[in-house]
Every structure is written in structure tokens, then in C-alpha cells.
Design a protein around this ligand. Structure first.
Ligand SMILES: Cc1cc2nc3c(=O)[nH]c(=O)nc-3n(C[C@H](O)[C@H](O)[C@H](O)COP(=O)(O)OP(=O)(O)OC[C@H]3O[C@@H](n4cnc5c(N)ncnc54)[C@H](O)[C@@H]3O)c2cc1C
Length: 445
């Protein structure tokens, strides 16, 4: 490092993105301090997270590979080869994600992954981790971070050097930035929230459903999904409106829950022995999209992950995009240091357009998952996409493949998908016109 580099990066938030950023910066030789408001998860102290497992895919894996962590993480992950659709009459249909096992996504434990990242960061001599330390404010001009100790209630301040905000969708670091001239900010809640439920392993400790699939119970205005865990269980997530006739609000008693699940998810009910208890014990949480910008303040503060761009979880890309942020931000730092502001500006302009598109994709995929995955039309569309990608592998790639199994920027993927669709539609119409024309001509002559 040159003398002009700062002595220190301060990362606020030791979640998925923050812990990975600490590993990147630590390996690059910077002094790093991480302040996390929750207790230390290492040593088995994993709290009940918002989402117990997550789908890890190509973008996240590449970011983990760069710091040598992908292999260890994938050892504990369960590969998912496609969607398993559960209809109300208990019919099952498996829809493979790609042509073969090169196109799988991985179900990973959120807590397990976070612990692994914190352990990797903690092994680096120049990275210091602090827990139970909540950031309450950042003085933007000086980079001073104000902290509250969650155990003792003591207040303190640290000179942050460069402050990296990795403190999630409701970021405290971002808060003072909202008062800056020309800082854009927008948050949109979905009418739907989510609740986690569980399908435990059977008495032999084995999976009760096909293990290598993401299970979906699409029911038009709502849905349930289940991802497998290494221990043979599944984490189910019910996505439902907060109020109305089909909503969290509508089920007030254990009998209501048992009746409703029997009607809409009959094949899942026998696999969920603690359903009614879990339903009332586990919280119903909201889902929010956050768009803001710019994601930096001079050479002092930079935002990443959900703090910069929270998206709803239906494309399985929030964490993957956070990990890709870390990768791109560190590439920019490497390229432009010690011009930190230029590094942050370039990172922001490289990412912003694309994560905005991801936010839109994630919302539209919710509609696709809950309304269409069970339909014949959807299956036909997926088969056609697969056929086209096999017949024309250098030209045609389904949108899902581009976003999930490549690092093509999200905006470029959607542009290419629209172009492919236009060409396929025009070709289909032209072929139809030629066929109909030929038939008519032969009838008339
Ligand atoms: C139901 C659900 C399912 C999801 N499924 C997927 C999926 O399958 N695939 C995928 O890629 N993504 C998924 N996501 C999205 C993913 O969880 C997030 O995008 C990802 O966790 C973002 O990482 P992050 O580090 O930016 O934020 P977070 O993981 O939220 O971490 C923020 C950290 O900052 C800490 N913190 C917060 N405030 C402060 C403060 N003031 N001071 C100090 N510390 C603070 C928090 O305790 C936390 O540890 C899902 C999200 C949800 C809600």
C-alpha cells in the first residue's frame, strides 16, 4: 500500500455483504474494523434469521471464489436442479432450470454462510470484528461513526476512515445521506409479506420431498416455496397479503390455519407436524424495494448490498447482487486508489442501472412464480426456451439463465432477452404467414 492510502476502512454491518467485504479488504492488506449490532454468531450462536436459507448462484459463487471461500461454502450447500411445482390436487411437475447440472442453484444456510464469512474475516490479522455495536449515525464530512453498545447502552465514537455501509435495507449510515442535496431515495413495500415455516426431516433424518429442487405451491394471489437444508429439513416461506380475505389477517385461530392449509397445500400438511404452532410463533415480515443514489459521499462513505438496493426475494438475487457489489467495488478500489471518490463513483455508475432493473425483475418474477409456474402455457414457454437454447446455443439464452448462471449485467440481460423475443416472434409470424399463404394458394389453384 502507498502512504496515501487511508489506514482504515470501517464496515458498518457484519451480515453477508459486510463480512465478505471485510475478507476482500483484509486480504488486500487494508486495516478493517467491522461493527455489527447483533451478538457474535461464531461458536453456534446463530439467531433465527429473517430467512433461514437462501439460493446462492453464479454471481455470488464467483465473488466467493475470488477470496478462496466458494469451495468450503458449497460443501454444505444443497444443489437445486429445478422447480418442483405442487398443484392443489397434489400433482407434481418438475421443471429443470437448465439443460443439465451445469445450471443449478444452491440452497445455503444464511447463518452458516454468515459464520463462515465472519470466521474468514476474523482470521486476518488486520481485520477487527466488534459485536453488539449499533451504528446510530455517521458524520459524513469526517467519517466519524457514532455507536451504541447494545449490552451496556454506552455511547462511543470511532474515526471511521472510509466508512462502508453494509447495514442492510434500513441502513443507519444512509440516513444522514437522505438530507444531502440531490440524493434520491425511494422505498416501496409489497402488499405481501412472508412467514417462515418448516418441514422437518423424517424419522430416519431423510428429506420428506425431492431434495434437489426448489418447491413451489403457486396459488395465483399467493404462494409457498420450500428450499432444502443440509439436515434433511426444508425452510418453507409463505408469501401472502397482510390483509384481505386470503391473508395473514384472515387466519386467527389454529383451526383456521389447519383448514386453510388443508384446502390450499394439502400435500404439505402431513409433512408439517408443527404447522399451527409455527404459524403463530413465527413473525410475518414485510418485503421492501429500496432505490437510492448516489451510493457514496465524496471519498468518505460508500453503500453496498441492501443498504444501496434492497430487492424483493423472488429472483433469488439479493445476496448474490450484494456479493457482486463487493467484487465490483474492490475492483474499482484496486484500479483507482488512492482516488477513492473516483473508485466509488465508478462502482456506482457500473452497478446502479443494473440493480434497478433487478428490482423490477424481482417484482415481475413474483407474479410469474405465483400466477404462472403452474400453468400449461408457462411449461410450454419454458420448453420452447430450452429447445431454442439447444438449437441455437450461441444466439439464444433464456433470461433466467443470463441472470442466474452468468455475470452478464442485469440490464444487458433484459435487453438481449427482449431482442431474442422480438426475433422469435417475427420469425414465428413470418413462418405462419408463409404456411397459411402456401396452403391458401394450393387450395385456390
Ligand atoms: C425472505 C427472503 C428470502 C431471500 N432469499 C434470497 C435468496 O434466495 N437469494 C439471494 O441472493 N438473496 C435472498 N434474499 C436477499 C438477501 O437476504 C439480502 O439481499 C442480503 O442479506 C443482503 O446482504 P446485506 O449484507 O446487504 O444485508 P443484511 O444481510 O441485511 O446484513 C446487514 C447487517 O447489518 C447489521 N446492521 C443493521 N443495522 C445496523 C446498525 N445500525 N449498526 C450495526 N449493524 C447493523 C444487521 O444486523 C446485519 O447483520 C432474501 C431475502 C428475504 C427477506
Amino acid at each position: 500500500m502507498s502512504d496515501s492510502q487511508p489506514q482504515k476502512f470501517t464496515i458498518v454491518g457484519g451480515g453477508l455483504g459486510g463480512a465478505l467485504m471485510a475478507v476482500y479488504l483484509g486480504q488486500a492488506g487494508y486495516d478493517v474494523e467491522v461493527y455489527e449490532m447483533r451478538p457474535d454468531m461464531r461458536g453456534g450462536n446463530v439467531p433465527g434469521g429473517r430467512s433461514i436459507n437462501l439460493a446462492l448462484s453464479h454471481r455470488g459463487i464467483v465473488a466467493l471464489q475470488r477470496v478462496g471461500l466458494a469451495e468450503d461454502i458449497l460443501k454444505t450447500a444443497v444443489p437445486m436442479r429445478g422447480r418442483m411445482i405442487h398443484e392443489t390436487n397434489a400433482t407434481l411437475t418438475f421443471q429443470r432450470y437448465g439443460k443439465d447440472d451445469t445450471h443449478v442453484i444452491y440452497s445455503v444456510s444464511r447463518g452458516g454462510l454468515n459464520v463462515l464469512l465472519l470466521e474468514a474475516a476474523g482470521r486476518l490479522p488486520n481485520v477487527k470484528l466488534f459485536f453488539n455495536k449499533k451504528c446510530t449515525n455517521v458524520r459524513l464530512d469526517t467519517g466519524v461513526v457514532e455507536l451504541l453498545d447494545m449490552k451496556t447502552n454506552e455511547k462511543s465514537t470511532v474515526d471511521g476512515g472510509i466508512v462502508v455501509s453494509a447495514d442492510g435495507a434500513f441502513s443507519a449510515v444512509r440516513r444522514p445521506m437522505l438530507k444531502l442535496d440531490r440524493f434520491d431515495y425511494r422505498q416501496d413495500y409489497l402488499k405481501h409479506g412472508f412467514k417462515e415455516l418448516v418441514i422437518p426431516p423424517d424419522s430416519q433424518g431423510s428429506f420428506q420431498m425431492a431434495p434437489n429442487a426448489l418447491h413451489i405451491w403457486p396459488r395465483k394471489s399467493f404462494m409457498m416455496i420450500a428450499l432444502p437444508n443440509e439436515d434433511g429439513s426444508y425452510t418453507c416461506t409463505l408469501f401472502w397479503p397482510f390483509d384481505g380475505p386470503h391473508s395473514f389477517d384472515a387466519l386467527q385461530t389454529k383451526e383456521d390455519v389447519a383448514r386453510y392449509f388443508q384446502e390450499h397445500f394439502p400435500d404439505a400438511v402431513p409433512l408439517m407436524p408443527t404447522l399451527t404452532e409455527d404459524y403463530f410463533t413465527n413473525p410475518s415480515s414485510s418485503l421492501c424495494t429500496v432505490r437510492c443514489g448516489p451510493w457514496y459521499y465524496r471519498d468518505k462513505v460508500v453503500l453496498l448490498g441492501d443498504a444501496a438496493h434492497a430487492v424483493v426475494p423472488f429472483y433469488g438475487q439479493g445476496m448474490n447482487a450484494s456479493f457482486e457489489d463487493v467484487l465490483v467495488l474492490c475492483e474499482c478500489i484496486e484500479q483507482y486508489k488512492p482516488d477513492w471518490e473516483k473508485a466509488f463513483r465508478t462502482y456506482y455508475h457500473t452497478r446502479k442501472e443494473h440493480v434497478d432493473i433487478l428490482a423490477d425483475l424481482a417484482i415481475s418474477n413474483f407474479i410469474e412464480m405465483r400466477d404462472h409456474t403452474g400453468s400449461k402455457m408457462f411449461r410450454l414457454k419454458k420448453k420452447t426456451e430450452k429447445l431454442l437454447s439447444q438449437l441455437l446455443p450461441f444466439w439464444y439464452m433464456p433470461l433466467y439463465t443470463m441472470t442466474t448462471h452468468t455475470r452478464m449485467p442485469y440490464g444487458d440481460a433484459i435487453k438481449r432477452a427482449k431482442h431474442q423475443k422480438r426475433v422469435v416472434t417475427m420469425t414465428a409470424i413470418t413462418t405462419l404467414v408463409i404456411v397459411v399463404g402456401t396452403i391458401l394458394r394450393s387450395l385456390l389453384t
